[in-house]
Write a protein that binds this ligand. Structure first.
Ligand SMILES: [Zn+2]
Length: 405
């Protein structure tokens, strides 16, 4: 997450604020300042309320973060955005029970806060309205809207209840959706549980869109944003889970390109162009004259080279040195290889057994394999029928708990 300012480090977790967070402060100042008798005081009150609200959001995220840490998952940071918080988890645990607890811990924090705030607010009301304390609905509404300690406490209690319930909506990958997936995964195969949760999430996204269109105002825009997040986030996680499910059946050795054309350090880049024109290959291992692997020339690197210096450059000058390319052993499950590539941001990985180079695997190979073997696996699943044995695959891809509040 770029453009974020670090404001604190708590329990080994960086708390960051995205610059756009300032917008929501202006929004608070405007909303409360506009109708107030004293505009400045109203605006200040608005800023205070928003800051306290987001303090509750941070506590919600720490609920997720500390539960995740308890299960041994690293949490590098928590980021505050205008639409909510984001706790970045290094990975989502393999066990549904753990995902369930991590997801439910956030809303649980809000319910606890509401439980603590409500008695305080009621106490403040009965103290301020000596004699005739009114706990009627309208009395409470008036108190919540007044610029006072009572109003602040009541508003925060209501906001925490709203945060808690809203995040429990089954809109995967929101908290409620994760809870739903975890519960489904107790009975269904992980990949199927994810499919169902994503489908339910899409239904929720459609409701959010309708709310966004007919609800109107700034809240309407917010709901459209939430719907977009639910749709895109859900699709990303589903692709990751399905990909992992398919790749788990293969090892790096099986997928390594054994008969690939190789380049030599002394050759000109034009050689690679020749291969690209006449074969399906786009990425090349580079050998020195002693036949040792010393680097890789990827297609994006080749394109960049051609643009900058034409076909005359030498392979040795433009290749990616071996030390910068991730490596894996032949026995590593392909699902883990994929995860390693994603984590390192590399489009190729070297498959190596002891000192023997087995071949390269590229992201293109992986997506091709997911597509082709996915079709075969779908047919197998249909033949096998029923929920069957639960697979032990875990979640890859998007490893964050995002909250929209
Ligand atoms: Zn949450």
């Amino acid at each position: 997450m770029g453009n974020a300012l670090k404001i604190a480090r708590i329990g080994g977790i960086d708390v960051q604020v995205h610059w756009s967070f300032v917008l929501i402060l202006f929004y608070g100042a405007y909303t409360f300042g506009q109708g107030a008798r004293d505009v400045v005081a109203g605006a200040l009150y608005g800023v205070v309320i928003i800051l306290l609200l987001f303090l509750c959001v941070v506590l919600h995220e720490f609920g997720h973060a500390f539960t995740a840490k308890y299960f041994g998952v690293k949490v590098p940071n928590i980021t505050l955005l205008p639409i909510g918080g984001l706790a970045q988890l290094e990975r989502m645990p393999r066990k549904p029970g753990q995902e369930f607890l991590i997801a439910i811990a956030g809303p649980a924090v809000n319910f606890v806060l509401a439980l603590l705030l409500l008695p305080l607010a009621l106490l403040a009301i009965s103290m301020s309205a000596r004699g005739g304390a009114s706990f009627s609905y309208f009395g409470l509404m008036r108190a919540a809207q007044s610029m006072s300690l009572t109003g602040l406490l009541l508003s925060l209690a209501v906001m925490n209840l709203t945060l808690g319930f809203f995040n429990l909506l089954p809109a995967f990958p929101m908290d409620g959706g994760r809870i739903l997936r975890a519960l489904l995964a107790l009975r269904l195969r992980y990949v199927r549980a994810t499919r169902v949760a994503v489908l339910v999430g899409r239904g929720m996204a459609i409701l959010f869109v309708m709310w966004g269109i007919f609800g109107g105002g700034i809240h309407g825009a917010l709901f459209l944003l939430i719907a977009f997040f639910v749709y895109v986030g859900g699709r990303g996680e589903l692709e990751a889970v399905e990909g992992r499910y398919i790749l788990n059946d293969f090892s790096a050795r099986q997928a390594a390109n054994k008969d690939a054309h190789v380049l030599y350090t002394s050759e000109a880049v034009s050689r690679a162009v020749e291969y690209i024109m006449t074969t399906y290959q786009g990425d090349f291992p580079v050998y020195d004259l002693g036949h040792n692997l010393v680097g890789v020339l990827t297609r994006p690197r080749l394109v960049e080279t051609l643009r900058m210096q034409g076909q005359d450059g030498r392979v040795v000058d433009v290749m990616i040195p071996r030390a910068l390319v991730p490596e894996t052993s032949g026995d590593t499950p392909l699902a883990d290889v994929w995860e390693k590539m994603m984590a390192s941001g590399s489009r190729v990985i070297i498959v190596q057994d002891q000192e023997r180079f087995l071949g390269l695997i590229t992201l293109d190979d992986i997506s091709e394999l997911i597509q082709v073997m996915g079709a075969a696996k779908e047919r197998e699943d249909v033949i096998a029928g029923g929920p069957g044995g639960r697979s032990d695959s875990s979640v890859a891809g998007a490893h964050s708990i995002a909250d929209i509040n």
